[in-house]
Design a protein around this ligand. Sequence first.
Ligand code: SF4
Length: 303
Amino acid sequence: MNLLYELEIPTRCELCPRRCGADRTKRPGRCEAGSRLKVARAALHFWEEPCISGSRGSGTVFFSGCSLGCCYCQNWKISAEGLGKEIDAERLARIFCELQDKGAHNLNLVTPTQWLPWILPALQKAREMGCTLPVVYNTGGYETEETVALLAPVVDIWLSDVKYVSSELSGRYSDAPDYFEVCQKAARQMIAQAGPPRFDSDGVMERGVILRHLALPGSVQDSFAVLDFLASLPEGSFLPSLMSQYTPFYRAKEQKPLNRRITSYEYDRVINRALELGLCQGYMQQRSSAKEEYTPPFDLEGV
Ligand code: SF4
């Protein structure tokens, strides 16, 4: 077997823009990821964009820990509180194959960056075991250019957030004042690597980039700035996905204005601005999508 990727636990981790330098053989990093891979759920998921979920579902693997730490995270039990089961890369490879056997259109890796030293060998092993599914990299958009480049041979579809432009907002809500500076470089690089969106005969995405923006309560002006950024990218090079499903979770429940859902007025303003800017070829959620049921149960299914 020609091993391209060998599991090596970072002793000075710089996988994400925090570059916290943790020796993960000794202690977890700022993202709470340590020396044992942790996964909270591996199952078919039907609530992504239609070109990702298709008719049979997206083979979604939820990883524990996160380098961002948003105060409104809907997955806070796994991202911030460490819920998950410790497994090894061999088991992860089998999970990937099991998702293919269940009929998944793709492998959808949710918040995976802190576990790349395990994921890359597992993907390679899964390929050797016959897994042919495209890989979706489902990220909050806070990625280094080095990590995006590392993933060029592996990732087919980038499903990335563009959460904020304002460093004041990204500092307050995600403890990442440099979010936009980092995210916009990463997004441009994802587009350069993946090329324009490509679909199979059933309309399921095979390659490309989706840039998501979740409209937050009280942040219409910053959503406008995000839309300006999206409109500045080459036309047809990605699909925009505007989301209205914000629901107050985690620490946001006690924090104004995040302790409410967005209003129809706010979301309509965001949608109208997107249309004015020509961001028409993509996805827009109904405001009725703001439901807690969109958060899957983290019951270790499939792990
Ligand atoms: S992935 Fe985690 S351990 Fe690595 S640099 Fe980022 S926060 Fe630190």
